[in-house]
Design a protein around this ligand. Sequence first.
Ligand SMILES: [Zn+2]
Ligand SMILES: [Zn+2]
Length: 220
Amino acid sequence: MICNVDKLINKYPTLHYTRSPPNCNFDVIEGNFIVNATPVDLSSTCYWTFQFTRRCILTKILLLLIKETSGKVNSTFPHVNPNGTLCLAVETEILTECTTSQGFDVLMWFDKFVLPFFYSFEYYKANKLYPFGERRHGAVGILEFYQEIFRENDAQKALALLKYIAHGRCRGHLSCPCGSGKRIRKCHSKAIWNAQVTLSKVRMLRDYNLIMHEKENYYE
Ligand SMILES: [Zn+2]
Ligand SMILES: [Zn+2]
């Protein structure tokens, strides 16, 4: 379920919402909005035209795809996907941040991911730097997301933690999957607990498999 479309349109009245016609699973929101990139240049106000669509994949996973249609963000910008959609963040990150008891909150998605994307784009154009940093693509980027969740700088340890949580139950007296030799309760218990309450096991397993798939195909 997608929710708060009405609130999105209220907040950004230049957007238009069209419900999907029968036998098509796309709702479309189209329109313009302004990104005011003040810290970059006090006078600059950018006007964007964009389009995004909703597609149900499987039954429960909702994916919002967004394309910028005015031609300002073209494929020379690193964070555009090969299919032309904008690379906002790791999918699990978006789903986790924007899913509420009402469903996928499209207003939250817009404010937390879409606007910062355009802000970053503007900032990058002016300064060749990303104001919020950037996530690398593919397995490395997914793992970076989990490193943040676990507050673990070591990618290998983060991967071991992800594998463990995605596959089993964690008990404090067992030795920590990170390989430190300590028991979980004296090592990564907080990180593991935090991941278990914020992320779904299905998503973690899916991400783990994606990472492993990429590793097997590209690095070995
Ligand atoms: Zn990207
Ligand atoms: Zn540990």
